[in-house]
Design a protein around this ligand. Structure first.
Ligand SMILES: [Zn+2]
Length: 238
């Protein structure tokens, strides 16, 4: 005998059948999410921003949720300080979110930048703060500095993660230049820098000078219902 409980399919007489995995359907700008995985409010190295919690925009594919948790933890291991501040992912069932063109099928996530105050101490952004090419905050003017080291550590963790294949990290051209400079200063391997050069990108429609927008490729097992747009680079077989 079967019964439906909490969105999953269970057998009443024997052991529970595992809940269906999350599935990303369609395109990031025209799609939906099935069995969205919730990113917990906090983890080792990250926190979901309050507005994202309130609006219930913290759902993604299992791969995306694991990627966020992993990347935050990796940055924290290298640099103690304020945890990664996580903005919008998707709704539980995906679909349109006001003011966002994509984020519809659990494969997009926004992050506030890591930043420092005037004394050089890590500071916590409660909203997205824009930064200019010199790494100074624009609003509030000159109050914060873009934290090149931590932001590069985040990009590096995302690109090297085994949890998901990152397709794009949208960010302004000016901040991209700072990140690549930091990669060089930190002695990052040439292959990683080349990948960062490809994947860090300022989209045409928006400057992305106040947050990172990360998009992951469809996991292979979710093709062809899950659809990518743009280059799929060397997709791994997860
Ligand atoms: Zn976004």
């Amino acid at each position: 005998m079967l019964c439906l409980f909490a969105g999953g399919l269970y057998s009443a007489s024997t052991t529970a059948v595992p809940k269906e995995p999350t599935r990303s359907v369609g395109l990031p700008m025209d799609g939906r999410l099935q069995q969205g995985a919730a990113l917990p409010k906090r983890g080792q190295g990250y926190e979901v921003m309050d507005i994202t919690m309130e609006r219930r925009h913290r759902f993604g594919t299992r791969e995306l949720v694991q990627l966020v948790a992993d990347a935050g933890a990796q940055v924290l291991r290298k640099h103690r300080g304020i945890p990664l501040q996580v903005g919008v992912l998707s709704r539980y069932r995906g679909g349109r979110i006001e003011h966002h063109g994509s984020h519809q099928n659990g494969r997009d996530v926004d992050f506030a930048f890591y930043m420092r105050d005037r004394n050089g101490n890590p500071a916590k952004p409660t909203v997205f703060i824009p930064f200019d090419k010199n790494g100074y905050s624009v609003e509030p003017a000159m109050k914060y500095r873009f934290d090149d080291q931590r932001n590069w550590a985040l990009v590096s963790a995302l690109l090297q993660s085994k949890r998901a294949d990152v397709q794009w990290i949208f960010v302004s051209d000016a901040l991209k230049r700072r990140l690549l400079q930091e990669a060089e200063n930190a002695g990052a391997p040439a292959s990683l820098v080349r990948r960062a050069q490809q994947i860090l990108k300022q989209p045409k429609e928006s400057a992305h000078w106040d947050h990172f927008h990360v998009r992951i490729l469809c996991p292979v097992h979710q093709l062809p219902e899950c659809r990518d747009i743009g280059p799929t680079w060397a997709r791994s077989k997860r």
